[in-house]
Design a protein around this ligand. Structure first.
Ligand code: GMT
Length: 380
């Protein structure tokens, strides 16, 4: 198949999923065309089946807000026509689904009928999508999609709850490439981070409010009272400086390292003993899956789709959003007993294996075929 993928090229979960999916599809012989405003962060390899088409946005002085959606639609028209794509797959509804719909309508005037699939990732539904400024467009473009997927059953149900959706939404969870995300021998790094054998807790995110990163610091503050430990904070965003200040205020900053944005996340996870994800909402929790693949158990909130990934008492524990004391108590429970910790680590990996790329990718392939076939039939 010839597949066009639209996504945010940044470090966000939807962009990561879209890029890893495209790479996986290219490995299986499909031709994959990324259409976005920057080279996706994880599109870091050469393959004869991978293509990248940049969307250039005109900076005409009249525009206070350059119309990215129009530029994207125009670029999609161009790429579909000249690369003869079979299907478009857009990740994150805003503004990708409406741009794909516009491109689809324009392409009809050229006698080309291309179906498009929208994958809902989370905040496009739970946060931004519900903003009155976007809701009618989000609803319309989901309903006009030829196929719709959501990354968890919870996100699918939320979409039905908050929007008037007439389409079937297929759940296809996030996935993990275990050849990349696995425990790496990084003893020298572990020694540098935790020279006295301290336990290493870790959090990776884009430090937005939805991640409740302050809770991460507060949980750690409780843990370090009982267990010698270090905290690695990976990523960057608006809440980072607040967390740095909180660490200082709580007198624990010497035990916390802010590492900023990192490419080799799997190396950091490889020296970690426990992952913290206290998010207020999380449609799936890809960062937690990446941790589990590197044998790191998870203490998380029970928000959104997290219970579909993190299994209570097996791969970690889940507590209500904001229950810092409960999360800290469960973190100590896992970390205080070496044998117990090792069992949780094994369980985390076993669970991650269920989301192996090779298990999930065929679900997307089959769905593409189904949607293409259906669209051909509808066309007559
Ligand atoms: O909100 C983010 O963390 C980024 C966001 C995105 O769409 O880029 O991530 C969402 O999509 C990921 C991939 O499907 C999911 O694993 C994350 O749980 C989800 N984030 C939230 O729902 C907050």
């Amino acid at each position: 198949m010839k597949i066009g993928i639209v996504c945010y090229p940044t470090f966000g979960g939807s962009g990561v999923v879209a890029t890893e999916l495209g790479k996986g599809l290219a490995d299986r012989g499909h031709q994959v065309h990324f259409v976005t405003y920057n080279q996706p962060a994880r599109l870091d390899l050469f393959s004869e089946n991978l293509f990248y088409h940049e969307v250039a946005v005109s900076n005409y002085p009249l525009f206070d807000f350059p119309p990215y959606e129009l530029a994207l639609a125009s670029r999609l028209v161009d790429v579909v026509r000249f690369e003869k794509l079979d299907v478009l797959h857009v990740h994150y509804a805003i503004p990708h689904a409406s741009a794909a719909f516009m491109a689809q309508q324009i392409l009809l005037t050229y006698g080309i009928n291309i179906p498009f699939i929208t994958t809902l990732h989370g905040t496009d539904i739970t946060l931004v999508g519900q903003d009155r400024t976007y809701k009618p467009v989000v609803t319309f473009s989901i309903n006009k999609s030829n196929g719709v997927t959501a990354v968890s059953a919870h996100l699918r149900d939320d979409t039905y709850k908050y929007f008037k959706i007439e389409k079937d939404i297929k759940v296809i969870p996030n996935f993990i490439d275990l050849t990349r995300f696995s425990l790496k021998p990084k003893d020298h790094f572990k020694k540098a981070i935790a020279p006295n054998g301290e336990k290493v807790l870790v959090h990776t995110s884009n430090f937005r409010k939805v991640k409740r990163t302050e809770d991460v610091v507060k949980i750690f503050a409780e843990v370090v009272k009982t267990i010698p430990a270090k905290l690695l904070m990976v990523g960057d965003g608006g809440e980072r400086s607040i967390c740095e200040q909180l660490g200082r205020d709580l007198g624990i900053s010497e035990h916390i390292r802010f590492l900023g944005k990192q490419d080799a996340i799997e190396e950091i996870l490889s020296v970690s003993d426990l992952f913290l994800m206290p998010s207020v909402s999380e449609s799936f929790g890809l960062a937690a899956l990446e941790a589990m693949a590197c044998k790191v158990p998870v203490i998380s909130s029970n928000a959104g789709g997290l219970p579909e990934l993190n299994v209570e008492g097996v791969t970690g524990f889940l507590r209500d959003v904001g229950d810092v004391a409960g999360m800290a108590e469960r973190a100590i429970y896992i970390l205080e007993d070496e044998e117990r910790l090792n069992q949780f680590k094994e369980n985390a990996l076993a669970r991650a294996k269920e989301f192996e790329l090779s298990n999930i990718l065929p679900e997307y392939e089959n769905y593409y075929k189904e949607v293409i076939e259906k669209s051909k039939q509808e066309q007559g």
